[in-house]
Design a protein around this ligand. Structure first.
Ligand SMILES: Cc1cc2nc3c(=O)[nH]c(=O)nc-3n(C[C@H](O)[C@H](O)[C@H](O)COP(=O)(O)O)c2cc1C
Length: 318
């Protein structure tokens, strides 16, 4: 059984990957997407999205990190995939699920689910470009407007030579609205022989259990649930309880101590608020903390509140 940390653009960057992989038991992380249009991107673009490339493509705790590419041109995608591998990426993931209108207008992301032939060409070209020992995975949704071509797409992914397929069990039109159609992952899994990774709406052990039964998968990818419950991978693997709120405080403090591109005020306040919005789903206490820092714009002020409220939350020793 593998639990993979999902790519989440603007949310799950290397700092968050470090925090989550240190407490959790993740088998792999996939980076936010790198958009490929019409050039071989400079190395600095890869290092920005995936600083782990400087450390053999692994997080501080040793979890492998795979670069995700998004684009529509087979040649440029191939060149960039090779570059990512040469820089140390642990395989390549191709994004065929992004719902962004700008990306879709330029024929990237989920719009390609309407064209299994194009998906085939892209995967084949990238597969031929990178050395055989490197895993090539594709991440899809069930379709654009409907699920009619889901099986054709899965077949295209496999026959073009991808080694793994992640299925976010919704169409582009369904966005992020529950439910995720885990039974559809099962239908896909029946038709292909490569490992299928189930994704969408796994927030708890119960969700995982139902998803496993309906999809028949043994590999799972979690995104928002991992932010809401930082030890989700262990909860799923070991059926243990979620961390206590006090432990979450320690993580918030650890996260706050990380230096961010030398410009913390530009970055940290939004990121910590964003994380608290996810934590609120699991921890009512996160709501109070969120309210306390909501209007603050300076890192130091926010960190001060987090430290103070942690002190007042600590059980008194008598
Ligand atoms: C804010 C946000 C950003 C995302 N960015 C990406 C991305 O860069 N690449 C990608 O393949 N999927 C992306 N996704 C989709 C997630 O990887 C995942 O498929 C989706 O959230 C469903 O899984 P979950 O219910 O476990 O969150 C993003 C989702 C969210 C909410």
């Amino acid at each position: 059984m593998r639990i993979i940390l999902a790519p989440m653009e603007g949310v799950l960057d290397h700092l968050m990957r470090n925090i989550l992989t240190e407490i959790g038991d993740y088998d792999l992380c996939v980076t936010e997407f790198i958009r490929v249009v019409d050039q071989l991107l400079p190395e600095k673009v890869f290092y920005r999205t995936c600083p782990e490339l400087k450390y053999n493509g692994k997080t501080n705790s040793g979890t492998p990190v795979r670069v995700q590419l998004l684009g529509q041109n087979p040649d440029y995608l191939s060149e960039n995939a090779l570059r990512a591998i040469e820089l140390g990426s642990q395989g390549i993931d191709l994004n065929f699920g992004c719902p962004s209108p700008t990306v879709n207008k330029n024929k990237g992301g989920a719009i390609l689910l309407k064209e299994p032939e194009t998906i085939y060409k892209i995967i084949k070209s990238v597969r031929d470009a990178i050395p055989k020992g490197n895993i090539l995975s594709a991440k899809i949704r069930l379709g654009f407007e409907d699920k009619e071509r889901a099986l054709d797409v899965a077949h295209a992914v496999e026959s073009a030579g991808a080694n793994e397929l992640t299925v976010h069990a919704r169409t582009k039109l369904e966005g992020y609205k529950p439910p995720a159609h885990w039974d559809w992952i099962g239908k896909i899994k029946e038709k292909v022989n490569i490992p299928v990774i189930a994704n969408g709406e796994i927030w708890s052990f119960d969700d995982y259990d139902k998803c496993k039964a309906l999809s028949n998968c043994s590999d799972f990818m979690v995104g928002r649930g991992a932010l809401a419950m930082p030890n989700l991978s262990q909860v799923l693997k070991l059926n243990i309880p979620p961390l206590e709120w006090n432990n979450i405080y320690d993580l918030l403090i650890k996260y706050s101590k990380q230096e961010i591109y030398g410009d913390k005020d530009k970055y940290y306040p939004n990121r910590i608020k964003q994380w608290l919005r996810y934590l609120k789903i699991q921890y009512p206490e996160a709501d109070e903390l969120f309210t306390a820092i909501r209007r603050l714009k300076k890192s130091t002020e926010i960190i001060d509140i987090i430290n103070k409220t942690q002190q007042s939350n600590k059980p008194t020793v008598t």
